[in-house]
Design a protein around this ligand. Structure first.
Ligand code: NDP
Ligand code: KPL
Length: 313
């Protein structure tokens, strides 16, 4: 399976490198600056699972000659429209597009550009960042990809999983990270949305890693209220977070010794653009549509929108 990773950043660089290490045929679609840097320094990963430096195969948009079998899409929300244009030559009639962006809104953009069939559902569970030397740093050992057909994946005729999703599963499995072929990927995406939105909301609004928040008076109660607001929206939209997962997020959100942050918080700390609209704003809109009161989520959206505007000046 010919795989094109679009976005050789914290997530795409990480999983792409692990796939290369596992012997898969992986190319990275990059823009000129990243291409030069990768050529010079290699693709460098610092990880609790083992460091690695690779010489990756890279391609720029104008150099794409043929469609790929799979596009692993891992750009941030802001550059998505441009990435869609840049990856067009790589998309043929049988190409699968597997996006792992947080939130749900990207699915509409992808379906609009490439059609319903091309677009799979996807989730990634990982905590990675790019450091000042453009190395990929894996912050916690968690590393999992979840994927599935948005229709469920069982064909009516044979009652079996679609051939292409089985091929995708085979290509991604056994490459040193955890994988899951989901028969209900939309629920899995919502579950992930509730996780990232609540942890993003807690860390960005309250201004620190989870542990620091829980060590001050009312920190824990506020963190739990933030989670309740996000989970209530998922439930109202028909995607209730399963109880064991909710318990797990509660535990994670209230740990007193946790250094855990979120990619949103790390971007905020760096002074970089934050995916505020697609992760938090879109969820808030869903809450409004269901007449839910979500004051903490609303406050965080305002905070991040003011911050986003300040970046423009
Ligand atoms: N980091 C994390 O821990 C997690 C992130 N996510 C989600 O994954 C997505 C990606 O996040 P992350 O990897 O952190 O983001 P990064 O900014 O680290 O990486 C995105 C990469 O995309 C590249 N890119 C942007 N536009 C294009 C383009 N047109 N063509 C080629 N490459 C392009 C950028 O390259 P360039 O150098 O050219 O700017 C950058 O390296 C986000 O939606 C995020 O919410 C999900 C789970 C965890
Ligand atoms: C919450 C987490 C770490 C889960 O993968 C994440 O998605 C993020 O920080 O963007």
């Amino acid at each position: 399976m010919k795989i094109l990773v679009v976005g050789a950043g914290a997530v795409g660089g990480y999983f792409g490198a692990r796939l290369v290490q596992a012997g898969r045929d992986v190319t990275f679609l990059v823009r000129p600056a990243r291409a030069q840097q990768l050529q010079r320094d290699g693709l460098r990963i610092l990880s609790p699972h083992g460091d690695v430096t690779l010489k990756p195969k890279t391609v720029t948009s104008s150099e794409i000659a043929n469609p790929y079998d799979l596009i692993f899409l891992s750009v941030k929300a802001q550059p998505l429209d441009q990435a869609i244009k840049d990856m067009k030559p790589a998309v043929g009639p049988d190409t699968m597009i597997y996006p792992v962006l947080n939130g749900m809104r990207h699915i509409d953009s992808l379906v609009h550009s490439f059609g319903d069939k091309a677009v799979l559902g996807g989730v990634c569970m990982v905590s990675t960042d790019l450091d000042e030397q453009s190395r990929i740093v894996q912050i916690t050992p968690m590393q999992k990809l979840i994927y599935g057909e948005r229709s469920g994946g069982i064909t009516e005729r044979s009652g079996e999983l679609t051939e292409r999703i089985r091929a995708l599963d085979k290509a991604l499995r056994d490459a040193s990270f955890d994988t899951e072929l989901s028969l209900n990927i939309t629920q899995a995406m919502w579950d992930k949305w509730v996780i990232i939105a609540s942890l993003g909301l807690i860390t960005c609004l309250l201004g620190g890693p989870i542990g620091e928040i829980n060590r001050v008076p009312d920190g824990e109660q506020t963190a739990l209220q933030a989670l309740d607001e996000c989970a209530a929206i998922g439930k109202a939209c028909g995607f209730p977070t399963p109880q064991p997962l909710l318990e797990n997020i509660r535990k994670q959100a209230t740990m007193k010794d946790s250094q855990f942050t979120s990619s949103l918080y790390r971007d905020l700390q760096k002074g970089a653009p934050v995916e505020a609209d697609t992760i938090l704003g879109d969820l808030l809109d869903h809450g409004h549509a269901h007449h839910l009161e979500t004051p903490l989520l609303q406050a965080c959206c305002v905070r991040l929108r003011v911050y986003q505007n300040s970046l423009k000046h």
